[in-house]
Design a protein around this ligand. Sequence first.
Ligand code: DO4
Ligand code: MG
Length: 290
Amino acid sequence: MSNPLTLVRVRTADTAIRVGVWLDQQVELLGDASKPVSLFEILESESPPRMVDELRQNSTPVDHESVALLPPVDRQEIWAAGVTYTRSKSARMEESEAAASCYDRVYESPRPELFMKATPHRVVGNGQEIRIRQDSKWNVPEPELTLVMNSGLKIVGYTVGNDMSSRDIEGENPLYLPQAKVYDDCCGLGPGIVLAESVTGAESWPVDLKIERNGVRVFEGSTNIDQMARTFDELVGWLGRDHSFPEGVLLMTGTGIVPDSDFTLLANDMVSITIGPLGTLTNKVVQRSD
Ligand code: DO4
Ligand code: MG
């Protein structure tokens, strides 16, 4: 198996949006600047690694410093699964007396919890600012392995996801879940998409979360994908029931790490999530006051 093949979306020095292959020293911008290839076209092709190989024949290498990373999505919806680890179940049961039995039941039920998390404009990429809502006082990041699928719901890649959550809003009433989960800059994805054919063992990759405040580590936690109560195929199967995704879709697979109930994110915190060979997604937290 060769190295993980990582596709990134970047803004170049001349403000163009391009797709590239992330290498140690450089990014290879794929295709022709006058007719840039999209992530969607690559993910939708019969063999994304083969298409990337062909595009690399005509690529332009540039330094990392000359590009800004963008979220690795262009047209896809982003969905999320919930309560797929015991830690998520117990944290939710603690935060909501009213809905405790819902979380218990969904963990055991054949049908998983699935919800729409974001459209591309709500997503931030590595190095961009992730948001906590102005009307919330208790927030956490949720580090989640994110499956990248084409329109046939075939898993063609993986990325690191952060399903930001307002625990006070979610805990007050389970019907507030969409407001606790979906707002501007509520979802972190990146740094890039690692093509599925270039990696193995996703079912047992380690997941690490670190949070720093003023340069001091205020939280760290780890889990492993093998702790997940559901398989990828099971989640994708439920997502695709009577439901088509002509632009492809990303599915965040749920969190196995939730800080204790006395912890909340604050503005300026730095959140870093690392999953197996996918790299690290780092975002600064902001909370607007306007
Ligand atoms: O039910 C609330 C959301 C659960 C979730 O996002 C998770 O378990 O990751
Ligand atoms: Mg989640």
